[in-house]
Design a protein around this ligand. Structure first.
Ligand code: T46
Length: 142
């Protein structure tokens, strides 16, 4: 598994439970393997446009963990200093997206489903959707 080098970001590996039945179970627990209290869960699907690009923003306070529970996509991470691409195709492997992390999702397979756990309710004012503003914002926080 490729190591994450950007700030405010890490890999979260959920155990896979195999039992006597067909299929597998992975469990995400608030304040446990998800390192915050989960206030919101959302999922992104219907990604039929091969050129779709989502994200392209950073958050001021919101923490999230993103999973690719079906199919695959590419997650690009940028902390303002380091950049890294991470290929997501395993339902039990999540990426913790901490604050002040520019993230972009693309190259979705048509069957791709993202599942995201978030530490806060939706709040548009938490988003930084302009890259130059993001760079300025993190400079002011130094
Ligand atoms: C993120 C990445 C991983 C809501 O009304 N409530 C919600 O909880 C969410 C997530 C979205 N929306 C609305 C806001 C926009 O009108 O849905 C529309 C699409 O949202 P957005 O353009 O932010 O979608 P993505 O895929 O670029 O980003 C989403 C999350 O918004 C974001 O926090 O980090 O997934």
């Amino acid at each position: 598994m490729e190591k994450i080098k950007v700030k405010n970001c890490k890999i979260i590996e959920l155990p896979i439970i195999k039992d006597a039945h067909d299929g597998l179970i992975s469990v995400a627990n608030s304040m446990d393997n998800i390192p915050f209290e989960i206030k919101r869960t959302y999922y992104i699907y219907g990604l039929y446009n091969p050129y779709a690009i989502r994200g392209m923003h950073a958050h001021k306070k919101l923490q999230q963990v993103v999973f690719c529970i079906n199919g695959s996509f590419n997650l690009s991470l940028d902390d303002g200093a380091k950049k890294q691409d991470y290929y997501m195709d395993k339902p039990n492997i999540g990426i913790y997206l901490g604050i002040e992390l520019w993230h972009t999702m693309k190259n979705f397979s048509q069957d791709c489903i993202l599942l995201i756990f978030a530490s806060e309710y939706y709040n548009e004012s938490d988003y930084i959707r302009n890259y130059d503003q993001f760079v300025k914002y993190i400079e002011t926080k130094k």
